[in-house]
Design a protein around this ligand. Sequence first.
Ligand code: GLP
Length: 240
Amino acid sequence: MRIVIKPNASDAADTCAALIEAALRKTPDMALGLATGGTMEPVYARLRAAHEAGLSFARCSSFNLDEYVGLAGDHPQSYRHYMQQHLFDHVDIRPEAAHLPDGAAADPVAAAAQYDALIGRCGPIGLQLLGLGSNGHIGFNEPSSSLVSRSRVKTLTRKTVEANSRFFGPDETPPHLSITMGIGTIMEASRIVLLATGRGKAQAAAAMIEGPLSAHCPASILQMHTDATVILDEEAAADL
Ligand code: GLP
């Protein structure tokens, strides 16, 4: 595990975006694993700027980590909508190559298994981008998730529902179920880059890096990956 600590969130996002850009320039037809969340917004802003400066996404494919169950892709809080808004609508990625789990599927259990199989056929993912939940989750693999899990339907913890409810209106019920890439699926990526910024991530970051390898902190599995880079700002690194 390589740990990179930057003075602030903006510098951390610069470093993260630069790694993705370099990977894509080196291997234009790579499968890219993507993540959502507030932390990633500045990363996608930098990738949009890189696209304007000549970076092409035309030959790559992408696979997002997760999606809420019960939200169609055009719902403003769906992760599909997030990705369209922050990246896909602004770059030359082929629409058919930009994959997310289907949160609106009639059978989400089957949809999760199909998503895992699709990643298996198109993979390995060359670079998987990850955020970090304040409880140590990656994707929506909540604490106690099997460290060898495949993509599946996961119930969100109260803490995660609360953390993400800030994106929903007062009259909306935030989803309690998700389809997420499994931890085993994530670990098959050739390379992993995790970005975490802000004081709220400090405890989880310390558990991920220094704590025991444990399903209580799903991100601690990254200690076992042969090419994982963790990028933190000083606030997120405060408990190391
Ligand atoms: C969600 C996503 C995760 C993300 C996490 C952190 O729960 N499923 O993939 O890493 O939130 O989000 P934020 O960056 O907004 O703190």
